[in-house]
Design a protein around this ligand. Structure first.
Ligand SMILES: [Zn+2]
Length: 111
């Protein structure tokens, strides 16, 4: 029962995070706002994901693999997505290892 209720709570939180990220990071063109909230958002998503894993019963050895895996994915998400100060677009590098250097929309350099 706890897992079943936890699943519904997780799915609700996941849906809220998905809609929030879509509106804040992809429809919104305020690069300053995006830059401010990107790191906390990625960390929040990682914590929710790991918390759900713990809630459904993963412990010890499973979390030993899940936590570094989620951390690695989070690191690459933070690194591979940049926001353009000129036009405000979100730029995602197709190569997760290398961050985008110029905006795909206006070709301005990304910081
Ligand atoms: Zn741009």
């Amino acid at each position: 029962m706890l897992v079943e209720n936890g699943l519904y709570i997780f799915l609700a939180i996941w849906a809220v995070l998905g809609f929030t990220s879509f509106f804040v990071f992809f429809l919104n063109e305020n690069a300053k706002l995006k830059k401010r909230f990107w790191l906390p958002f990625v960390i929040l998503v990682a914590v929710v994901f790991i918390g759900f894993g713990y809630l459904v019963g993963y412990d010890g050895k499973e979390l030993f693999f899940i936590v570094p895996g989620v951390g690695l994915v989070s690191f690459f998400c933070i690194r591979s997505i940049k926001f353009c100060d000129t036009c405000g677009k979100t730029n995602m590098s197709p190569n997760l290892v290398l961050p985008p250097k110029t905006c795909l929309s206006c070709q301005s350099p990304l910081s």
